[in-house]
Design a protein around this ligand. Structure first.
Ligand code: NDP
Length: 458
């Protein structure tokens, strides 16, 4: 096998059947794509703001028209439930449409100075390399490519080997919408080959990486060596904090979906449930009923709430956290036979240093611990290297705000588990990441501020 011909078999994780073969790019193909993106940048940056906006709106309309087929493709490639996959395709459309409003609004400033005029410009960076993981292939690609393109950059997306199909479709839709060749490319390839080339190639001016903290750290180190800006969205070990005064029925009924959604393969998964000791038994009773009620099965079935894990290797990794040292309090069900199934699993009681309690499992495994009082809850919630999201359940508004301010995480919700809205900022504290995506400020991650002084004195 030559380095430039590397066929990769894409597998449906619910059936283990091969559904497509994709050629992975080698180093020469990566360099050629970067050169194309560099050439396309010269004209894309000069497309009039109103025209760039119009092209992005057309791109969003193409995604909208293909929502159902994109969703079906994600069900087949990633094992996402059809309900989730539809939301994800809609989210990609919304993000592109939201940033289509940006080109005409990418304002600079006029700053008072003596002897002239001082203005700032938000200039595009050039070629942006986006490295996408397999857990949310469509939204994560869109969160980076939409603001980057709106700001006048050209983009190359490297999808995860396991899940390239919807990103490839997105690139076709961009062309169909009229985006010029080379403005948005999707280049399947191996992380250490194509992803690394984004890090090392001098013409890639920014890297956006979503994935594991270990790889993110090495991407950041590689970018540091070249003083290349980088946005990182990494792992999480988020806390779902339930106080005794909360609506316990609602807290318990929703807790499974806050961690088992997407089979737990979600960086925002609330994989540590912290329950006030006085409500622990009552919560666990209700939680057990809710966990046993989670519908695990064929992701194409409208009623299914949880599908399979992404691969056999990942299932083995998830299973390694459920060892003989800790107690499975209770479990949901999972289909037998082909497919990378793993049942929703609740570990309790658990020692605070057990790796299932400290590490990101990225599967349907949740740990539950009791706490005593507000400061104890905050202490446990913050006793992690991660800080991405979290939930707080209480009827006391003051406490909700105190705890929300005290938990070191970028995205918190009170009496809810929502984390992601395309118009609000998203990102992590500590080793959960660097920078913010989405919302009004994400554009600044894809521009340089240029200051220009024009003398007016004769
Ligand atoms: P990785 O971090 O390895 O993969 C994420 C992306 O980075 C993929 O596109 C991958 O390419 C690419 N990549 C891998 N190595 C390099 C490299 N040296 N340079 C540049 N890019 C690279 O995650 P895994 O798929 O291995 O998942 C392992 C664990 O990471 C999960 O169990 C979970 O805990 C965590 N994770 C967290 C995510 C999050 O959203 N926070 C998302 C995914 C994983 P490719 O795989 O195609 O080779």
């Amino acid at each position: 096998m030559s380095q430039e011909h590397d066929p990769y078999q894409v597998v449906n994780p619910a059936t283990e059947e091969v559904i497509a073969t994709v050629d992975l790019a080698g180093p020469a193909a990566a360099d050629a794509a970067i050169a194309r993106a560099r050439r396309a940048f010269e004209s894309w940056r000069n497309v009039a703001p109103g025209d760039r906006a119009r092209l992005l709106r057309r791109f969003a309309a193409e995604v909208d028209a293909e929502r159902e087929s994109l969703a079906a493709l994600e069900v087949a490639n990633a094992g996402h439930t059809i309900g989730n996959a539809r939301w994800e395709a809609g989210n990609a459309r919304d993000v592109i449409e939201y940033y289509a409003g940006a080109p005409e609004r990418l304002f600079g400033r006029q700053i008072p100075v003596a002897g002239g005029l001082d203005v700032t410009f938000q200039e595009p960076l050039g070629v942006v390399g986006v490295i996408v993981p397999w857990n949310f292939p469509l939204p994560i690609a869109a969160w980076a490519l939409a603001p980057a393109l709106a700001a006048g950059n050209t983009v190359i997306v490297k999808p995860a080997e396991l899940t390239p199909l919807t990103a490839l479709r997105l690139a076709e839709l961009a062309l169909r919408a009229g985006l010029p060749e080379g403005v948005l490319q999707v280049l399947p390839g191996r992380g250490p080959v194509v992803g690394q080339r984004f890090v090392t190639h001098p013409d890639v001016r920014k890297v956006v990486f979503t994935g594991s903290t270990a790889v993110g750290r090495s991407v950041m180190a590689g970018c540091a060596a070249r003083v290349k800006p980088v946005t990182l969205e990494l792992g999480g070990k988020s806390a779902n904090i339930v106080f005794a005064d909360a609506d316990l029925e609602k807290a318990a009924a929703t807790a499974p979906y806050a961690v088992f959604d997407n089979a737990g393969q979600d960086c925002c998964a609330r994989s540590r449930i912290l329950v006030e000791a006085s409500a622990y038994d009552e919560f666990m009773d209700r939680f057990e009923r809710a966990v046993r009620g989670v519908r695990v099965g064929d992701p194409a079935d409208e009623k299914t709430e949880m599908g399979p894990l992404i691969s056999a290797a990942h299932r083995a990794r998830v299973a390694s956290y459920v060892d003989g040292d800790t107690e499975v309090a209770f479990r949901g069900g999972a289909p037998e036979g082909p497919g990378f199934w793993y049942p929703p699993t609740v570990l309790a009681p658990i020692a605070p240093d057990h790796r299932a309690f400290t590490e990101e499992v990225f599967g349907p495994v949740v740990t539950v611990v009791p706490f005593r009082g507000e400061s104890d809850a905050v202490r446990i919630a913050n006793a992690t290297e991660y800080g991405l999201s979290g939930s707080i359940w209480t009827r006391d508004v003051g406490r909700a705000l105190r705890v929300a301010r005290a938990v070191e995480a970028g995205n918190l919700s009170v009496n809810s588990h929502s984390s992601v809205r395309y118009w609000t900022p998203f990102g992590g504290y500590k080793q959960s990441g660097l920078g913010r995506e989405l919302g009004p400020d994400a554009l600044h991650a894809f521009t340089e501020t240029k200051n220009v002084f024009i003398a007016t004195e004769e």
